[in-house]
Design a protein around this ligand. Structure first.
Ligand SMILES: Cc1ncc(COP(=O)(O)O)c(C=O)c1O
Ligand SMILES: [Zn+2]
Length: 428
């Protein structure tokens, strides 16, 4: 078994792999999954993933999803064949010339996580948590969600025919709620904040014996999200991230939108797994981007402290609207350790970013656009230079929040169906 157990990210205490485990019983720290990385490396090399050119193939080498990294994941065969469950990940990497020209950058890439089966990066986490849920024989999986984690759990659970219960804030964007319902999950809207929905999901899990997917709380959520790091690494090995990023160092700055901090923690875990397996000498710099009105981790970063204080979150970017981030400490440490930074962006900058990405062919939801706004800030503040290699993680599709998209652009004019009316409109 590659999966050896858990280590607390706060106190370092270790726990065995048996049964369901969430936070460290000693101090409530997030648990990190421990793998036998020597064995994982050997299996990965045999699998045909681009560890080195011409490596032999296995059943997983042609897998067009994040399950191709199964040797580095803490589950066995995940199942779900013939369903969208087996289409999670393997998202495209774009080098958009128009955006490069706008920022005067030569080495800029965008990874479009909106291309996942339920249109956000959260499919990575939900699919891994479900694979684990099956292994521990869970009968029901519950999660709190700002919207995307729930839609992802609903969609992935539908593929595996596992009952799912989603607790989301009443104010979540209608498209996300509709998605959960269409996939057939039991959806309950909480008249309260995301943090309150999170506390309720945890209680329900404890009292009713449901397996809990809550972001950061379930150690397997970060394990799913880390597959984005593997894809970036493999793209780099294949030479798809340009010249000058060679040697053993993946010299890249990655911009990540941050709510709970679990995407950041997952990416960092992925790059650390690769380093510890001897497959990468040095990983990229990680930059976290929070909304000004939901900046608990960014404030701690700016203050130079590890004490993360709850805020009263207020931002139109619902996916990153969190009072007290569940995975704040790991996200903060990941950014510090890799030489990145935390930045904040205003809702106005987020809307401007939606409008800037669209004409380049990219439709981003507010949280995803925040990452782009963060890159603009970092350039303005000299944290990255125009010549640096940069990747922006676009974490969710614009179709998730059409209301925000409408605020980002002027409305379309309405005319009578006559050529005359069209001519009149086109005449300046
Ligand atoms: C599209 C999108 N971007 C970013 C995030 C933030 O991820 P995390 O809460 O792990 O920091 C989320 C979380 O819901 C999301 O859905
Ligand atoms: Zn601990």
């Amino acid at each position: 078994m590659r999966f050896e157990g858990y280590r607390c990210s706060a106190c370092g205490a270790e726990y065995g792999p048996e049964g369901e485990r969430y936070l460290c019983p000693r101090d409530g720290g997030c648990l990190e999954v421990v793998l036998d990385l020597r064995r994982a490396r050997a299996e990965l090399e045999a699998s045909g993933v681009a560890v080195k050119p011409g490596a032999g193939g296995s059943a997983w080498s042609g897998e067009p999803s994040h399950w191709r990294y199964l040797p580095l994941l803490p589950v066995g065969d995940p199942g779900g064949r013939g369903t969208p469950f087996r289409a999670v990940g393997a998202t495209p990497l774009y080098a958009v010339p128009a955006l490069r020209a706008r920022l005067g950058m030569q080495r800029l890439w965008l990874k479009d996580e909106g291309r996942n089966p339920t249109a956000s990066l959260k499919d990575r986490a939900s699919s891994l948590v479900l694979a684990r849920a099956r292994e521990v024989g869970a009968s029901v999986v519950v999660t709190s969600s700002t919207g995307n984690a729930g839609a992802a759990l609903a969609g992935m659970a539908a593929c595996l025919e596992v009952p799912a219960v989603i607790l989301a804030p009443h104010a979540a964007p209608p498209a996300k709620i509709a998605q959960m319902l269409v996939y057939g999950a039991r959806v309950v809207l909480v008249d309260g904040s995301y943090d309150q929905a999170t506390a309720l999901a945890r209680r329900a899990s404890e009292e009713l014996g449901w397996f809990c997917r809550n972001t950061g709380y379930n150690p397997f959520s970060a394990e799913g999200k880390k597959s984005a790091a593997f894809e970036i690494w493999e793209a780099w090995l294949r030479g798809e991230l340009g010249e000058g990023t060679g040697g053993g160092e993946l010299r890249l700055s990655i911009f990540v939108p941050v709510g709970d901090g679990n995407i950041m923690a997952g990416l960092d875990k992925g790059f650390r797994d690769l380093s510890q397996a001897g497959l990468l000498e040095r990983g990229p710099r990680l930059f976290g981007v929070q909304a000004e009105g939901s900046a608990a981790i960014a404030s701690a970063f700016a203050a130079g402290t590890e004490s993360i204080r709850a805020v009263q979150s207020r931002t139109l970017a619902d996916s990153i609207s969190v009072d007290l981030p569940a995975d704040g400490l790991r996200a903060l440490r990941a950014v510090k350790r890799t030489g990145g930074a935390f930045l904040t962006v205003s809702d106005k900058e987020i809307l401007e970013s939606i409008a800037e990405l669209g004409p380049a062919g990219l439709f981003a939801e507010p949280a995803a656009a925040a990452a782009w706004a963060g890159l603009r800030r970092a350039l303005a503040e000299g944290l990255v230079r125009a010549e640096d290699p940069v990747l922006v993680l676009l974490t969710g599709s614009g179709l998730k929040d059409v209301g925000a998209a409408q605020r980002a652009t002027p409305p379309a004019p309405v005319i009578e169906p006559t050529l005359e009316a069209l001519r009149k409109l086109l005449t300046p």
